[in-house]
Every structure is written in structure tokens, then in C-alpha cells.
Design a protein around this ligand. Structure first.
Ligand SMILES: [Zn+2]
Length: 71
């Protein structure tokens, strides 16, 4: 499952969550304040040159294409 980044529309807290591809923000809530209005961000590791978060995310999530859970 790919990891998506969301931004809370209330307190501005950014958080990441594993979701199936194409899944929306329904049922999500900010882990900090509980606000349900959250906005999906484009994945930072794909779009930016922030290599610090990239290495951490890939070691934890094993990236895409691995595993068998995508059927
Ligand atoms: Zn919040």
C-alpha cells in the first residue's frame, strides 16, 4: 500500500497514512486535533529532494511493488 500525506485543515498538522490507491479522505481525522477536514498532499518523497524522509519511509514501508498485497 502506498503512503499518502495529509494536511489538517484546522490545525495544519501534517500526517502520513497508508491507504489503498484511490482511497479518499473519508473516515480520516487529524491525529493531533481530531479534525475531519484533511487535505491530501502529493507524496513528498516523489516530488521533492528531501532525502531524509525518503530513506526513513522506504526502510519502514518496503516501497511499492514488493509483497503480495496488491491483488
Ligand atoms: Zn489537526
Amino acid at each position: 500500500m502506498p503512503m499518502y500525506e495529509y494536511l489538517c485543515q484546522d490545525c495544519g498538522h501534517p500526517f502520513e497514512i497508508l491507504q489503498r490507491m484511490g482511497e479518499g479522505a473519508d473516515g480520516l481525522a487529524c491525529p493531533k486535533c481530531g479534525e475531519k477536514r484533511v487535505e491530501k498532499q502529493f507524496s513528498t518523497f516523489a516530488a521533492s529532494g528531501n532525502s531524509t524522509s525518503t530513506s526513513a519511509g522506504f526502510s519502514a514501508g518496503a516501497g511499492c511493488g514488493g509483497g503480495s498485497g496488491f491483488s
